[in-house]
Design a protein around this ligand. Structure first.
Ligand code: FE
Length: 144
């Protein structure tokens, strides 16, 4: 029904303020590599003007990517950090609001900041959260 692992309450917490116009995923990956973070969680908010979201169609097991070139507020960015092949593996989802206040979202492939982006990263000690591609869903699931 589920699998789980426990984490000791010895997490390092970081607050990041990303430079304007940078790629969120590039900056996050660089930070995780600099700090050697291979297990953790991500939260944040900000504003972007170019973003690519991904949708997984479960009936075809195909990813559908779509790019939006418009100013949007990141109303929520949430994700986790694990490791695959010894490198940080980022799994990030996003909800963003448009100028008419409607929201769109999905799996975040990348987005370019236009304004600000403030992230919170919690790094758990250890490297126990790996990824394995699940044959049924095609998704890289946690492997503990
Ligand atoms: Fe996802």
């Amino acid at each position: 029904m589920y699998k789980f692992t426990s984490v000791k309450n010895q997490a390092d917490k970081y607050i990041l303020s990303l430079d304007n116009h940078v790629s969120i995923m590039e900056a996050l990956m660089a930070f995780c590599q600099e700090k050697g973070i291979l297990c953790g969680e991500i939260g944040g908010l900000g504003a972007v003007n170019h973003a690519t979201f991904r949708y997984l169609n479960p009936s075809t097991m195909k990813y559908v990517d779509k790019t939006f070139d418009e100013q949007m507020e990141i109303t929520n960015l949430t994700g986790n950090i694990s490791q695959k092949d010894g490198k940080p593996y980022l799994h990030v989802h996003i909800t963003a609001s448009r100028s008419d206040y409607s929201c769109i979202g999905g799996h975040l492939l990348d987005a370019r900041i236009n304004g600000a982006c403030e992230l919170f990263v919690t790094a758990f000690p250890g490297t126990f959260a790996g990824r394995r591609t699940d044959a049924e869903t095609g998704i890289n699931l946690y492997e503990f």
